[in-house]
Design a protein around this ligand. Structure first.
Ligand code: HEC
Length: 448
């Protein structure tokens, strides 16, 4: 189809300029890609419909998870990479030596076996070049793939992943409603903050922002499971970042380009707003990156005061970004790095396992096995009976004594220290049972 259309365009092109042809080709290409994507989505939906409730369902979900996750972090790397690069440029531009009048600065760089020379204009070049590269799809696709992941992992399995009845009894619909609603509310609050007079004083703006973020950390960890609370915090900040690109930065750039084309002076305030949002995004990056990997670290999201852990790690990470920015600008901020590191170390310290006072009697493997059979096997077995998991999660099975012993350190971590297993305590494990398992591991995890 594409070939036929391109041929038609070639026929017409005799009358049209190259530029219109190129525009139209890219337009047709865009729609063709969209059609392909919709076809793939429809095929996946059909397959899902056919294999629903069979062991293949878990497999399909796992592969969707793999593909979309890889897309998500690839787009994320491209986006955050570009963001880091441009903030670095801003910070490192030579603004003094031999600068033409119309320039804000320039920079020489060597990379990948070549020399690069870059100039930043104070306002805009006299003629806007025909081929102007926009950085926007990285951000949009990161958000779209992230939302798809949220859907596959958390919305689709809301009863297992999103909702923890020990935190709040929600229905799937309520939980998803809160999730989506919270992103919208967060954007409204953040956008108002940026437009308020607070934004004129960076320190006050940062403080207000931190208070709002702590509020969200508190809110999420009081409605969702620990793991979902962390991811929502990250997804919320990620949505603010994309909102900045979509609603402020790109429109400002479009206005600049169109003003320059008409030979008018662009609205400087729009440019300033865009830069403000861009810097704001820059501070968001490290906290978001931490949150995105946090589900590998149950000692963080499994903590009793996980919202404080989350807030403290985010502040520490943003502090490190601040120090990096100061350094690139050649400014002095000696105290910023040590304070940020101390905050992060403090989190590591307070989340360390607490010694248990309960005395241990001699524990036999039979007692431990009975507990594991009752509380874990519904999910962690070669044939799970759980209503959500049709395959052993993470391949972790406790069908034989050897499998239990082999995983004793992980059991200690998840069942005793962080208490993040059984998942959301779905099988109602008692505190005394956790003690039995702890004693058995401390006594050397013997099978006899
Ligand atoms: C309702 C289902 C369910 C029950 C019951 C359950 N788990 Fe899990 N478990 C999971 C899921 C899902 C994961 C993977 C996600 C995660 O790591 O949080 C997991 C992961 C784990 C891991 C981490 C494995 C790894 O490779 O990182 C350990 C260890 C574990 N479970 C131990 C247990 C123990 C011990 C019990 C019983 C006391 C138990 N689980 C009960 C669902 C369950």
């Amino acid at each position: 189809m594409l070939v036929v259309m391109t041929c038609r365009i070639h026929a017409i092109s005799e009358k049209e300029s190259d530029e219109t042809v190129r525009e139209r080709t890219s337009w047709i290409q865009g729609w063709t890609y969209a059609a392909i994507i919709f076809t793939i989505l429809a095929i996946i939906a059909c397959i899902y419909w056919m294999i629903r409730g069979t062991a293949y369902e878990g497999h399909l979900m796992e592969w969707l998870n793999i593909v979309i996750r890889v897309m998500h972090f690839t787009f994320g790397i491209a986006w955050i990479g570009a963001s880091f690069y441009f903030v670095f440029l801003e910070n490192a531009l030579n603004r003094t030596e031999g600068i033409r009048d119309e320039l804000a600065g320039n920079l020489w760089a060597v990379h990948g076996g070549g020399f690069y020379y870059l100039e930043k204009y104070k306002v805009a070049p006299k003629n806007i070049p025909k081929h102007l590269h926009w950085f926007k799809y990285e951000a949009y696709f990161t958000w779209i793939s992230g939302f798809a992941l949220l859907f596959i992992i958390y919305y689709f399995n809301a009863s297992a992943m999103l909702i923890d009845p020990n935190v709040m009894r929600l229905t799937t619909l309520q939980a998803i409603g809160i999730s989506v609603g919270s992103f919208i509310v967060a954007w409204i609050i953040y956008d108002l903050l940026c437009k308020s007079s607070l934004a004129k004083t960076p320190i006050l703006f940062a403080l207000a922002g931190i208070i709002v973020l702590i509020g969200f950390a508190y809110f999420y960890s009081h409605v969702f499971s620990g793991r979902a609370a962390f991811i929502h915090f990250g997804a919320m900040i990620g949505s603010l970042m994309v909102g900045n690109v979509f609603f402020v930065i790109i429109p400002a750039q479009k206005a600049m380009v169109s003003a320059a084309k008409k030979g008018e002076l662009p609205d400087a305030q729009k440019g300033k707003n865009a830069l403000f949002r861009s810097i704001s995004n820059n501070y968001f990056t490290l906290p978001v990156l931490f949150v995105m990997v946090s589900n590998h670290f149950p000692s963080t999201f499994g903590n009793k005061y996980q919202w404080i852990v989350l807030a403290a790690i985010s502040i520490g990470a943003a502090g490190i970004k601040h120090w990096l920015n100061l350094r690139e600008q050649g400014k002095l901020g000696v105290w910023v790095l040590p304070v940020s590191v101390v905050v992060l170390l403090a989190v590591a310290y307070v989340t360390a396992p607490q010694p248990s006072n309960a005395k241990c009697k001699e524990i036999s493997f039979a007692e431990v096995n009975a507990i594991i059979q009752q509380r874990c096997i519904s999910c962690h077995s070669s044939k799970p009976t759980d209503n959500t998991y049709t395959a052993a999660p993470n391949g972790t099975k406790y069908d034989t004594p050897a499998e239990i012993v082999a995983k004793k350190d992980l059991i200690m971590q998840r069942v005793i220290i962080t208490k993040t297993m059984p998942q959301n305590n779905k099988t109602n494990m008692m505190p005394e049972e956790r003690d039995v398992i702890r004693c058995w591991i401390e006594q050397g995890a013997k099978i006899q």
